[in-house]
Write a protein of this length. Structure first.
Ligand SMILES: [Zn+2]
Length: 136
């Protein structure tokens, strides 16, 4: 079995706010990330699949096809979007890096013919904001 990783990047905005909590509790828990106007990040995504190498093609999976699937299922939906307001799965789940990774897993699972989705890694880059969210 061979592991194969493909990287993709997208930019999106989000905020962390739980309506069940008070304003003060949201600020205590999420710091400046609780600002409902949102803020942006550049995200890096790594998708790892596992499978056997096809003896004819030499591929586990065609990287061009894997790129297309990631583009169609994730980048086209998340890139330059406000995750809280525009992406269905974050209407009910906080768009933390952890929940983004779970949502991406669900979007990609069973979509990659001939290989098994093995790992989804999401990095939140702080370019547009001084700190990583979660370090409030
Ligand atoms: Zn953030």
């Amino acid at each position: 079995m061979v592991l194969l990783t493909r990287r993709a990047d997208f930019s999106a905005s989000h905020f962390y706010y739980d309506d069940a909590l008070s304003e003060a509790e949201n600020v205590r828990l999420f710091g400046k990330c609780a600002n409902r106007n949102g803020h942006g990040h550049n995200y890096t995504l790594e998708v790892t699949v596992a499978g056997a190498v096809d003896p004819v093609s030499g591929f586990v999976v065609d990287l061009k096809r894997l790129k297309e699937i990631i583009q169609q299922e994730v980048v086209a939906v998340y890139d330059h979007r406000h995750l809280n307001l525009e992406v269905p799965e974050f209407k009910t789940a906080m768009p933390t890096t952890e929940n983004i990774a779970i949502a991406i897993w669900r979007r990609l699972e069973n979509k990659i013919d001939g290989a098994k989705l093995t790992r989804v890694r999401v990095y939140e880059m702080p370019d547009l904001y001084a700190d990583y969210c979660g370090e409030a």
